[in-house]
Design a protein. Structure first.
Length: 250
């Protein structure tokens, strides 16, 4: 399994990264996990626009799905011709939210020419190409799914956006790599039940027995090294921060 970080900025694009998007590859199959705003541009550094085989969207906040708007045009009108319908696995209402982002109900016909939509569920278990994708709903204001992605005998976990909850520990249990959001810093006046601090991300990874922690969804005005320091106070394994173009091979 190979993973490339396309984007990892939290909430809005930073100067060096678009918002959340991760490319998973196994046996020639390419699964894009999240398509946050700005990610379509840097995706083209890694693969052709038509080389994505499926998409999984964790939740319907713009920094995780909004580049499906631009990607609709890229696939529908590419001069290479029709690449076929692209499966999009997402929360309930993904197609309606995407149509709403276009600002026109008439866009539905265009979406039908580009995507098929499958609904993720709490406790779901989906086969997407060679990937097994298990989903659990986590602690975020909208319907949001953390993902446990397995292929080729390897397992990677992705927290999506979440506050503290048991589900995020469960999804990361014994994972080889745990991509965990770390949007907040300890000691700040953070609203509850939305995002994690570095120490909370570390505590989740430690409780899960994750072998490697990659902090992601770092808000541009934050301090990545402070996040690492906070995580190291609660997690005993190796810690790093995600960055655009980072590659992981299992």
């Amino acid at each position: 399994m190979n993973i490339t970080v396309i984007g990892c900025s939290g909430t809005f694009p930073g100067p060096d990264s678009p918002c959340s998007s991760y490319l998973f590859e196994q046996d020639g199959f390419r699964l894009l996990v999240d398509a946050g705003n700005g990610s379509t541009g840097l995706l083209q550094r890694e693969v052709s626009l038509l080389d994505i085989d499926a998409v999984a969207i964790s939740h319907l906040h713009g920094d995780h799905y909004l580049d499906l708007v631009t990607y609709t045009y890229a696939r529908r009108y590419h001069p290479a011709g029709d690449p076929g319908l692209l499966p999009v696995h997402g929360p309930s209402g993904t197609a309606d939210h995407l149509a709403g982002a276009f600002g026109s109900a008439r866009i539905g016909n265009l979406l039908d020419e580009v995507y098929t939509f499958e609904t993720l569920k709490d406790g779901g278990d989906s086969e997407i190409g060679p990937f097994r994708v298990e989903t659990l709903r986590v602690n975020h204001p909208v319907e949001t799914y953390a993902m446990r992605i397995t292929a080729g005998g390897h397992t990677v976990a992705y927290s999506a956006d979440t506050g503290v909850c048991d589900a995020v520990v469960q999804i990361a249990r014994d994972s080889e790599i745990f991509f965990c959001e770390s949007s907040y810093h300890d000691g700040d006046d953070n609203p509850p039940d939305i995002h994690l601090t570095g120490s909370e991300a570390g505590r989740a990874a430690e409780s899960a027995g994750a072998r490697r922690l990659v902090l992601t969804h770092l808000v541009p005005w934050g301090d990545p090294m402070r996040s690492v320091g906070e995580a190291s106070s609660t997690y005993s394994g190796p810690i790093e921060t995600a960055f655009t173009g980072a590659k992981f091979e299992l």
